[in-house]
Design a protein around this ligand. Structure first.
Ligand code: PMV
Length: 347
């Protein structure tokens, strides 16, 4: 198929891991399997314009952020293109203009790498599909997730599905270290429209990047045990997603969040990404849960912000609690109300 120019706009959401990916092997292969909720409102929207060039000896692209030139991500995209070139031989034949915007606030401390890399990968797959219109959906999404993984590991969980597994695991015959797959069994109605309110505790740039953090799992004294635990927690969570047991959900998810940060604190060099307000919030959540019996819990990414997870049917009570007890611990009182979503979309 001859394709001279065109433009594609896609959105891809962020995701929040329930069982965490922390530690990787070469070529973005995870040291353990992980599972996440896809989000709905925290998204990246990317417009990819492409035009055929006469020479095809190097990559050629312009990067824009909200329509304005943005040079600082160029090396990251250059590296991404180098990594995926063998799988997308047409890359050097086109000049690309990549214009990106995020639906979440600027420098909110919410990483845009998962949503950003997923959006770009899905957009590139749409170009490939225009070159090969016969391509089926299964191949399209699997390859999009595969490419996203090469951009940023957890991005492969932002392409398709509400609950996504990445990494080989005995309970899921279709699972893979190379791409994310949607949870293959029926999900209990308790998780329908599950809520994630993200409390922005610290909007600054992280002191230690996740790349460095993953690396420190090599030679980490607890690594082998941690990787086994992740398999076990994913096995237990697989049952919970089907039986809807929220008591078990809370204990697995909170334990995973604290273990992630325990790995950071026991790395060499050690580091701490939580802030005093992170701990204040955690203690308030525990107290509220004990007093009310409402199954609200927290999880953490590689940062100080707190994700508050709860079923939709207790939203009114939990939001009132958040407003009266937790918002004071957020930077400028900022938080984002999100909920479980479905993945990337063509716009
Ligand atoms: O995708 P990366 O390399 O930025 O790693 C993300 C790791 C965590 O967010 C901490 C956990 C996860 O599974 O998403």
């Amino acid at each position: 198929q001859e394709l001279t120019e065109g433009s594609i706009t896609v959105s891809a959401p962020s995701n929040i891991a329930l069982v965490k990916y922390w530690g990787k092997k070469q070529h973005q292969i995870p040291a353990n399997p992980s599972i996440s909720f896809t989000l709905s409102h925290c998204k990246t929207v990317t417009t990819l314009a492409f035009a055929k060039k006469t020479q095809s000896d190097s990559f050629s692209f312009d990067l824009l952020f909200e329509g304005k030139p943005k040079e600082d991500f160029k090396p990251k995209i250059q590296k991404f293109f180098e990594r995926i070139e063998t799988y997308m031989p047409f890359l050097k034949n086109y000049h690309f203009t990549i214009d990106t915007k995020n639906t979440f606030p600027h420098s909110s401390g919410i990483a845009s790498s998962a949503s950003g890399m997923a959006a770009l990968s899905v957009a590139l797959m749409h170009v490939e599909k225009q070159l090969d219109p016969e391509m089926d959906d299964g191949h399209f999404y699997q390859k999009a997730s595969f490419l996203a993984r090469l951009g940023s590991g957890s991005a492969c969980r932002s392409v398709k599905g509400s609950v996504v597994i990445w990494g080989n695991h005995a309970d899921f015959s279709e699972s893979s270290d190379f791409y994310g797959v949607a949870f293959p069994f029926e999900i209990h109605p308790n998780f329908k429209n599950y809520q994630d309110t993200i409390l922005l505790v610290d909007k600054g740039k992280k002191e230690v990047s996740s790349t460095v953090g993953h690396d420190l799992m090599h030679g980490h004294p607890f690594a082998a045990q941690r990787f086994l635990q992740a398999h076990d927690n994913l096995h237990r969570l697989c049952a919970v997603m089907q039986n809807g047991n929220l008591t078990d959900f809370v204990s697995i998810v909170e334990s995973e969040a604290l273990t992630l940060h325990a790995m950071m604190m026991t790395s060499m060099p050690y580091f701490i990404l939580m802030k005093p307000n992170t701990l204040e919030i955690i203690n308030h959540i525990w107290k509220f849960r004990k007093e009310t019996g409402i199954p609200v819990c927290f999880t953490l990414d590689a940062g100080a912000n707190v994700h508050v997870l709860y079923p939709e049917n207790v939203s009114v009570e939990v939001l009132a609690f958040i407003k009266s007890n937790l918002v004071g611990y957020c930077e400028n009182g900022q938080y984002i109300c999100d909920a479980i979503g479905h993945g990337a979309e063509l716009i």
